[in-house]
Design a protein around this ligand. Structure first.
Ligand SMILES: [Mn+2]
Length: 277
């Protein structure tokens, strides 16, 4: 039984996974895009040039299209420091992933104790000056944990690693502005893809689809109405998948070079288990 999936927990104002409110972290809602197309993209991890190439394959039009990131904007790749340039674009929107969380905690002088950001690709942060670090820290700290995008066929939602509720109405009722990302519910959303691990294919109720990153797969996968779209566009030999939201069609970008031996040999196993980052 999912301990979080009850309206009682949703409404409990004294639960220990709640913290003082950050209003910008409330569930963010986007209306139908009547002028262009919408896409979700998986973990970016500082690979903005590779992402740009993937956007070129769909002829992304900044005037009318929108791109939604499932989080993990930074670490690992070579261009993490560009994150603010991207977040400044009116067509680009993002939720918070576990790496964004680790980075804002470190950038604002309170590193997360349970996981060392420097062992997970966070060294780029040390190269920045104090002012840059502060600006990046504040911006990532204010990212929402959940968003929903309206489409003609219903709402498509996103949380980085997992949806802790079986019903999207509970996601809507939950006080996301007060979620403690280091508490049990925050950990579930940012780090623990329990549905994926359990191969749970029962759809999440009252939502057309839910999109996650965090689990890195050779190809996008669907369990029930839940889409896992991180196909390692930030890895050598990986490629970004852009999920077109109106049709829920995954579109693959060009690979970053040849497939490494490890993937050629163990691709099926990796596909089954999924790497996590
Ligand atoms: Mn992640």
């Amino acid at each position: 039984m999912n301990p979080f999936d009850s309206p009682m927990h949703v409404a409990d104002p004294d639960a220990d996974w709640l913290a003082s409110p950050v209003p910008s972290r409330a569930l963010q809602r986007f209306d139908v895009n009547a002028r262009g197309r919408d896409f979700f993209v998986g973990d970016i991890h500082g690979s903005f040039s590779a992402l740009r190439r993937a956007m070129d394959t769909v002829q992304f039009d900044e005037q009318v299209d929108r791109l939604f990131s499932v989080g993990d904007l930074v670490d690992r790749g070579p261009e993490s420091e560009q994150v603010l340039d991207w977040l400044d674009q009116p067509w680009f929107h993002a939720i918070c992933g576990n790496h964004d969380f680790m980075i804002w905690r470190a950038a604002l002088g309170d590193p997360y104790r349970e996981v060392d950001f420097l062992r997970h690709g966070g060294h780029w942060l040390l190269r920045l000056d104090d002012e840059q670090r502060q600006r990046i820290g504040e911006r990532l700290r204010d990212l929402p944990f959940a968003i929903e995008v309206q489409t003609p066929d219903g709402v498509v939602g996103s949380i980085h690693a997992d949806c802790p509720f079986h019903d999207w109405e509970h996601v809507r009722a939950f006080d996301w502005a007060r979620l403690d990302p280091a508490g049990p519910l925050g950990k579930r959303c940012l780090w623990m893809p329990m549905r994926f691990a359990m191969h749970r294919s029962i759809p999440i109720a009252n939502v057309r689809a839910v999109v996650h990153g965090h689990v890195t797969l050779p190809a996008a996968r669907m369990l029930g109405n839940v889409h896992y779209i991180d196909t390692g566009g930030w890895q050598p030999g990986g490629q970004f998948t852009l999920l077109q939201i109106d049709s829920l069609t995954p579109i693959r970008g060009t690979p970053n070079g040849p497939t490494p031996l490890r993937r050629r040999l163990f691709g099926r196993l990796i596909d089954r288990l999924g790497g996590q980052d």
